[in-house]
Design a binder for this molecule. Sequence first.
Ligand code: PMM
Length: 282
Amino acid sequence: MTLPSARVPGRPLVMGVVNVTPDSFSDGGAWFTPEAALAHGRELVAQGADLLDVGGESTRPGAERPSTEEELRRVLPVVEALSELAPVSVDTMRASVAAAALDAGATLVNDVSGGLADPEMVPLVAARGVPVVAMHWRGHSTVMQDRARYDDVVADVCRELTARVEAFVAAGVPADDVVLDPGLGFAKLAHHNWELLRRLDEVSALGHRLVVGSSRKKFLGLVGRTAETERAPLDRDVATAATTLYAAQHGVWCVRVHDVVGTVDALDVADALAGRGPGEPS
Ligand code: PMM
């Protein structure tokens, strides 16, 4: 299966988030019913999303995991319907959920644990011949913030991501099918996220396509503010657009976002600054 490619060469793809969860930090469970999730996915495609990321497990710090049955119940009808409209990735750490979602039409597995949470995930991705997003991860939501300890966050994340690439490649996944993600907000304090963004080129130098998911994360709530004046998640889209412009200028393959409208605007600005896309004299 091939990965979708950019409409304009050099422009990142926009992955619109469809969380089918009652408790996501970023949208407060607004799309929890399959009907609401479907309508939301349709809206994101109309706004310019290139692919949709459907997930049934909230990964906010401290969140409890749903059962496998519950996760399947949440994501399968949504994956099935939305994959008629756009390429769909399934955001799951469970191989059985990934397998069922692939059967239902998903074409990409987005595993925030990079295959670490479920030992069946790496062999499943290899057997299905699908691309995978392997995110940097150090443990489930209940423990991850205790593990935000690094000697050099960028070097440590790169080393840990390289180990995940090796695991997928050893199982038979082509190296080109392994997309990497530094995992902003996962076992990271605000300054770790900023350091990873500042030195994103070092993550790119690993030689894989990159996904960056900064959308509505806490470090964007805190930038320029204090704990008392932190922006609420729904007020972080302008800051997200700023990091999107930055990620585009650093050549990432895809940005994972909640606000597709603002993201498309930021990417249009990136294209204009780079002298590519519509509006350029031919
Ligand atoms: N962040 C969340 C969930 N899934 N997947 C990838 N690849 N990268 C991310 O940064 C990421 C993710 C956080 O939860 P949200 O869906 O509520 O934003």
